[in-house]
Ligand binder design. Sequence first.
Ligand code: NAD
Ligand code: DAU
Length: 352
Amino acid sequence: MEKKSILITGGAGFIGSHVVRLFVNKYPNYQIINFDKLTYAGNLENLNDVDKASNYHFVKGDILDEAAVEETFDKYQINAVIHLAAESHVDRSITNPLEFIQTNVIGTANVMNVAKCKWENDFSDKRFYHVSTDEVYGSLGATGYFTEETPYDPRSPYSSSKASSDHLVRAYYHTYGFPMVISNCSNNYGANQFPEKLIPLFIHNIKQEKALPVYGKGDNVRDWLWVNDHADAIDVIFHEGKDGETYNIGGNNEWQNIDLIKALCKIMDDKLGRVSGSSEQLISYVKDRDGHDKRYAIDSSKLKNELGWSPSIEFDQGLVNTVDWYLNNEDWLNSVTSGDYQKYYNQQYNER
Ligand code: NAD
Ligand code: DAU
């Protein structure tokens, strides 16, 4: 197996930690360097089952810090990047857009430019993998799917910042022949997701018998993918994807928010031994998210047809496994919801 030294940015976050674990375990010959600032969303506890591995290294650093990124490239002779570090929560981007522009646009440009400079003399056997989102395509009506050809139409500060970074990465390919690949994925769910996103937040609230704040009418639609399936897709695209290409990744699994929330309530009643229907009583319709995208749905047939990837698990099973993980990992949930979490929660939900 070829030797690689891969910089994974944002490896302490939700998706990043699953990607790091997969690569550390599956490719003992590769050096995996997790470069993460450890913002509120980054947590090294996500990796305590692999952090002693001899092919794993952690660097605490900011992607905006050019010198720190350069130093890491030099120290570990980086020849590939999987770039996940980002501000990732739409609601936070509405209250604090500039932080998203800094991290997601300037931060991506910075890491990519360091890679370009370090690799300039030889792009062969190099790869810069930019992990992006389906939200760059905008919002769908009742029918249709996002394909790789769908024109960009981002509508939140988060999705616009991701779209900007995608454009920059493609511009480097067209201008310099920079060896990049991009994937745009739908909503992920699974273990280790910070409880500000819908599924872990609602599991946490149901457990505590707190209100479940459903935005608007609860009729927005998302396409849910198990995070481990996303990590597998990243593995496949990293190794088999073609330079300059984009691959959409989706679960083929659309749910209206309210239906998903009711399904979650049912599982939680069952797991917690509560009277059937009691968690649904916690549902509370609140003011809608500003500019709330109506529907996302991904056509991932290119990835399936060209590289042979498709999701491995049915949603019913994935959701039960996810609930089990949060119920069995109370310490993790308690530790990430202490401190600043309460302040965020009060600001986000108390005036709705
Ligand atoms: P996350 O918020 O859980 O994790 C982000 C990680 O990036 C954290 O570990 C954080 O500490 C780190 N980080 C943030 N700013 C940094 C900086 N300046 N320097 C270094 N590290 C920094 O995010 P996630 O949900 O795991 O998403 C990872 C990537 O996947 C993002 O690029 C996101 O846009 C994309 N994505 C997410 C989803 C999803 O459903 N969560 C879907 C599609 C694409
Ligand atoms: O589509 C991919 C994107 O999915 C990723 O790029 C983002 O990083 C990720 O955060 C996610 O974005 P969403 O905005 O779709 O995820 P979120 O979990 O915040 O919300 C899912 C849906 O649930 C959305 O329609 C808003 C709604 N919602 C969310 C929260 C947090 C509620 O009704 N109430 C809530 O409290």
